[in-house]
Design a protein around this ligand. Structure first.
Ligand code: F0G
Length: 353
């Protein structure tokens, strides 16, 4: 049977009624891939949840299909969100699919090119502000209280409902929860959604519970330092957030699961980003690689027991942010004349080295 999307597949676990539109772009059902080489190197059993294979290239599709369907069900015609890029791409796509209007507010100059291209293509009304994500979120939260628009940031509870389904898929693929779930933390909605999902599935199917390991970027590590970062900064623009909306829920996930929330530097993120692509053939966006970078850091600290079964969530596709990929490499194409002999001589030098 072909996959019909989250609202259809998980309706028993979601706040779906007879009136909920059967909205879908066939989101969910993403691959769980074992990292064979890195597992061997690190002495653990390591998998990645490939959320970049969702229809708009990030995990946001899971939450957005629910939030937009429920907005439509309630009779709304317009959705609004603040975003570092992925939320806005998903909101714009699902709004288009549902025949609704989308308005997005983004931090100027700090959103990856692929994400902006998506918002443009899906026909969003795009507002770029000089401030950062936290400022944009504050604005849309208050605007949505007075104007006829539905807020679809993760403070909308339907977002977490949709996003929790990734935890179900992991349990189904592995036959139970992993020992550790490693995940990037930005606005802190996703770590909260996964924890909700693991708990609900454990209640329904006795699948067990993982320790939740969340990772913020060092320049935007509000939860780690227990203080708001007024000027968050990181190369991982998706998680460039200084005052996470789901702060308390994330702390709760950490406490209840016996896990941790720590931070990773930009250079640790970029090391993981390059290693993942070059050794396993998987290209995930920089923010996604905070999960892997953080896991490695905890491994070195002795906090990941030998042979643990670990899932790292790769939240978004690498193609979202081609500039970072190109900027963080020395490799540039070799320029040769249009001459087969010269090209061949060069290649011979490479393959016979
Ligand atoms: N990874 C990626 C690729 C993201 O886009 C985000 C958040 C996160 C991780 C963090 O997830 O916020 O639930 O803790 N992006 C939001 C956006 C903020 O606007 O697209 P979180």
């Amino acid at each position: 049977m072909s996959w019909k999307g989250l609202i259809h597949e998980y309706r028993d676990y979601l706040p779906v009624t007879g009136q909920t539109p059967q909205l879908t772009l066939h989101e969910g059902n993403t691959p769980l891939i074992r990292l064979d080489k890195i597992s061997d190197q690190w002495g653990i059993d390591l998998y990645v949840k490939m959320e970049g294979t969702n229809p708009t290239g990030s995990f946001k599709d899971r939450g957005m299909v629910m939030a937009v369907a429920k907005a439509k069900e309630a009779g709304s015609s317009t959705v609004i969100c603040a975003s570092t890029g992925n939320t806005s791409a998903a909101a714009a796509a699902y709004a288009a699919r549902a025949g609704m209007r989308s308005i997005i507010v983004i931090p100027e100059g700090k959103i990856a090119m692929g994400k902006l291209a998506q918002a443009v293509m899906y026909g969003a009304e795009i507002i770029s502000i000089k401030g950062n994500f936290d400022r944009a979120l504050k604005m849309v939260r208050s605007i949505s209280e007075t104007e006829p628009v539905t807020l679809v940031n993760s403070v909308n509870p339907y977002r977490l409902e949709g996003q929790k389904t990734a935890a179900f898929e992991i349990c189904d693929a592995l036959g139970g929860a992993p020992d550790i779930l490693a995940i990037p933390v930005g606005n802190a909605g996703n770590i909260s959604a996964y924890w909700k999902g693991f708990k609900e599935y454990n209640t329904a199917k006795n699948t067990g519970l993982p320790k939740m390991f969340g990772f913020e970027a060092e320049g935007a590590a509000a939860i780690v330092h227990n203080q708001v970062f007024e000027e968050p900064e990181t190369i991982a623009t998706a998680i460039r957030i200084g005052n996470p909306a789901s702060w308390d829920l994330a702390v709760n996930a950490r406490e209840e699961s016996g896990g941790l929330i720590d931070e990773v530097s930009d250079s640790e993120i970029l090391d993981a980003y390059r290693k993942l692509a070059a050794t396993e053939g998987i290209f995930a966006e920089p923010a996604s690689c905070a999960s892997l970078a953080g896991l490695y850091k905890m491994l070195i600290r002795g906090l990941v027991p030998h042979r643990s079964r670990v899932v790292a969530v790769l939240t978004g596709n690498g193609l979202k942010d081609p500039s970072t990929a190109i900027d963080c490499h020395d490799i540039t194409p070799v320029s040769l004349p249009d001459d087969e002999e010269e090209v061949c001589a060069y290649i011979r030098g490479v393959v016979r080295q």
